[in-house]
Design a protein around this ligand. Structure first.
Ligand SMILES: *Cc1c(COP(=O)(O)O)cnc(C)c1O
Length: 384
């Protein structure tokens, strides 16, 4: 076996989905209800059932899902929203779009999930400074593993903060024996093609058990529509999910459990055979990851970059999530109060994501491992 090993193999996935995908797409092309067609309703019912929530509302992206949830909570100027510094930009972006202040929280050195001790410290400091009012927390299931939801819920309840679950990377994962989807006041999903439940374009959803909030989200995704068409109740968005996208996602739902099993199989194969220089991801206890990302950790930036170069030479695609934490990004620096977040600041130099997806063959996994082992052996040799 040799390369190339792609990071994501959408052509292979389409082939695997086969005629069922085309049939669903053809049905939409026949009925022509491209906006809010029957596929959207069908998908929403399936998502709600799967995630164990009373309601699912299909939306245009994971980012819009987050934005709508914060809008529904009235987040705006003078308010603070707490979120991990080591996440995708969308989690923080929506806070700033609404004129509120993102408060960056450090992450756990083992699991890279939001750190409860850091969250406590950050909340205390923000309360003492007294400039903005703490209002909400966005927990993120980084790389497909669950954030510490039980602890986050206890903390949010005690402190009177609204808890949002950013499950963009983790839909399909489970925590303490239950599928993610109802761990917080609202759960947001993304169907970006590289996410575990990925569509063929942008899409997302909000899950909630709250009937009133569900109605509010439905209104917000459609220009703040009231009960009647063209009755404008509030300022909203155009954030609907397309029927064609919903059709793709219904096809993906049919194979989702098989895909998750395959991803777990790949993860285990990597876990079992990585050389000691390359630390596999630390599992969150009592959970099952959706494996959006299989992220290994190297002892230094030099070694990480060296391994990445070797894999690139061998035509094995890799990625770095994330090279820089959000509070050090140009767009957010001015928002940050200057507090050091040492773990988030360090790990970007050590992490490397290996290919993991449902169409990765055993041969490809063996090839990736062989290249890594060869590289590791060379590192052990005494320097000339
Ligand atoms: C992908 C992602 C989002 C945004 O989802 P989009 O559908 O791309 O808008 C939000 N949060 C996290 C953690 C993500 O990984």
């Amino acid at each position: 076996m040799s390369g190339p090993v792609p990071f994501l193999d959408l052509p292979a996935q389409q082939k695997r989905l086969g005629a069922a995908l085309r049939e669903r797409l053809d049905r939409v092309l026949a009925h022509c209800r491209f906006v809010m067609g029957p596929e959207v309703t069908e998908l929403e019912e399936r998502l709600a059932r799967y995630g164990g929530a009373r309601h699912a509302i299909g939306v245009s992206s994971g980012t819009d899902a987050l934005l709508m949830v914060l809008m529904a909570e009235g987040i705006g100027p003078g308010m603070a929203v707490f979120l991990p510094a080591f996440t995708y930009t969308a989690t923080a972006e929506v806070v700033l779009l609404l004129g509120a202040v993102p408060v960056f929280v450090d992450v756990d050195p083992q699991t890279f999930q939001i750190s409860l001790p850091s969250l406590e410290q950050r909340l205390k400091a923000i309360r003492q400074a007294g400039q903005v009012r703490p209002q909400a927390i966005i927990g993120v299931d980084l790389f497909g593993q669950p954030a510490p939801w039980d602890e986050l819920n206890r903390f949010a309840t005690r402190e009177g903060l609204f808890l949002v679950a950013d499950c963009a990377q983790s839909f399909g994962a489970s925590y303490k024996g239950r599928k993610l989807g109802h761990e917080a006041g609202a759960t947001t999903l993304s169907f970006f093609p590289s996410k575990p439940l990925g569509g063929y374009g942008d899409g997302g959803a909000v899950l909630t058990d709250d009937d009133e909030k569900a109605a509010l989200y439905r209104s917000l995704r459609s220009h703040g529509e009231g009960r009647q068409r063209y009755e404008v109740q509030r300022i909203g968005l155009n954030a609907r999910l397309d029927s064609l996208q919903a059709a793709v996602l219904l096809s993906k739902m049919d194979v989702f459990e098989d895909e998750l099993k395959r991803r777990e199989g790949v993860a285990r194969a990597y876990d079992a055979a990585l050389p000691s220089l390359v630390r596999p991801p630390v599992r969150v206890p009592d959970s099952q990851s959706a494996w959006a990302v299989y992220c290994v950790c190297l002892p230094s930036r030099t070694l990480r970059d060296s391994l990445r170069d070797r894999l690139t030479e061998a035509e094995i695609a890799t990625a770095i999530y994330y090279p820089k934490p959000l509070h050090q990004q140009p767009a957010y620096q001015a928002q940050h109060d200057g507090i050091a977040l040492p773990v988030a600041e360090r790990i970007g130099e050590h992490v490397l994501a290996l290919p993991i997806h449902a169409d990765l063959s055993d041969e490809a996994v063996a090839y990736v491992l062989a290249v890594i082992s060869q590289w590791a052996e060379e590192q052990d040799e005494p320097q000339q």
